[in-house]
Write a protein that binds this ligand. Structure first.
Ligand code: 13P
Ligand code: SF4
Length: 362
């Protein structure tokens, strides 16, 4: 039966030819990745959506926010398909538009600006700029577009924060507290200047003085895959494999990133391993499908996942080859299933924030 499924995918790809491009995130399972014309991290996939204008259909093997981004960045006559609509991201769901709008109003009250029209001070700086991690809904990217804000991914978060600090006294960073904290810390921002924004209407855990000094207001989101990694696992890996190197994704909690030898986006992890030497041992703190693929690609090195219990991203995993075969069969038959369409107005505002990211230079 599996063979039949794969034969269907191959036949549909052949029939659709240049009209189709399949994009796959590094966290996709091998049975899906093998069909991707381009495999990459979130930033590379956002760019890839721009580089194939001749393809009328982009089938995105990843999660919902990535497909939305592809729809926003691709040309008007391209359509984007997500093989399984249930492939979301629990972190992206931790910041909804209403809560962020409400927080923005509270923040405007604390810092004394008009939430609809913040004005720069004598230094030319805005009081706060919103920065959203790519792992967020199109509506939040649009929120950033409307409020002089910007999008970042894990591969350009430091560049984007620098861009923001050049234009504002502080940033509101959402949804991932860990990426925000780890990135700002590496840039030298002291921990006490990056309080969690308390989502309740009252100040809650935030003191007025703390908020005055704050450089980064962190949202309370996290990735359920990466928050599983612990310092104990790193210590155990080092005890069992003396001399091993440890690299983790910056969505991991700060103590884990601090204890590791390096931290970086999925593509940075790939590059770290590509630059290692035969015989090296590398423990990796990220999603298991990617770690296993790297281990198979470099059989002359010992590469393993820090978490001994298998840790896939359960929503990435929802892109089963069966769904891929189905959407491709439908396309061959002239039917479009599971298309991701971002509302025009939202897309236009989100594109402003995405374009700022694509133009931000280190
Ligand atoms: P990157 O591919 O940008 O490293 O992101 C990892 C991730 O969690 C995607 O959801
Ligand atoms: Fe979301 Fe984490 Fe899965 Fe990435 S790995 S899609 S952040 S749940």
């Amino acid at each position: 039966e599996d063979e039949q499924l794969h034969a269907r995918i191959r036949a549909a790809k052949e029939a659709l030819g240049e009209k189709l491009v399949i994009l796959g995130h590094f966290y996709q399972r091998d049975e899906v990745v093998q069909y991707a014309d381009f495999v990459g991290d979130s930033f590379q996939l956002a760019n890839a959506a721009l580089t194939k204008p001749e393809a009328e259909t982009i089938v995105f093997c990843g999660v919902h926010f990535m497909a939305e981004t592809a729809d926003i960045l691709s040309s008007a006559d391209q359509q984007v398909i997500l093989p399984n609509l249930a492939a979301g991201c629990s972190m992206a769901d931790m910041a909804d538009e209403e809560s962020v709008e409400e927080a923005w109003e509270d923040i405007a009250e604390v810092y004394g600006f008009d939430p609809e029209d913040p004005q720069p001070d004598a230094e030319g700086k805005l009081p706060v700029i919103p920065v959203t991690y790519m792992n967020s809904s199109a509506a939040l990217k649009a929120f950033c577009g409307r409020h002089s804000g910007i999008v970042c991914t894990s591969s350009n978060a430091a560049t984007v924060l620098e861009w923001a600090f050049a234009r504002a006294h502080r940033v509101l960073f959402f949804p991932d507290q860990h990426l925000g904290r780890n990135t700002a810390k590496a840039m030298g921002v002291p921990l006490e200047q990056m309080p969690m924004w308390n989502p309740r209407r009252e100040l809650g855990g935030n003191t007025e003085e703390g908020l005055r000094e704050a450089k980064v207001l962190l949202w309370h989101g996290f990735c359920s895959v990466h928050r599983r990694f612990t310092v104990d696992q790193i210590e155990q890996a080092r005890a069992e494999h003396p001399g091993c190197q440890v690299i983790v994704h910056p969505e991991c909690p700060m103590p884990v990133v601090d204890a590791a030898d390096a931290a970086g986006s999925t593509d940075a992890i790939r590059k770290f391993i590509a630059a290692s030497s035969p015989g090296d041992t590398i423990a990796v703190g990220t999603e298991i499908n990617m770690v296993n693929r790297l281990a198979a690609e470099y059989p002359d090195r010992t590469i393993f996942c820090l978490d001994p219990v298998i840790c896939p991203c359960s929503t990435m995993y929802r892109i089963h080859p069966g769904y891929l075969a189905w959407v491709l069969d439908e396309l061959v038959a002239g039917r479009v299933e599971n298309q991701i369409i971002v509302d025009d107005e939202v897309a236009a505002e989100a594109k402003v924030a995405l374009d700022r990211m694509l133009a931000a230079k280190p």
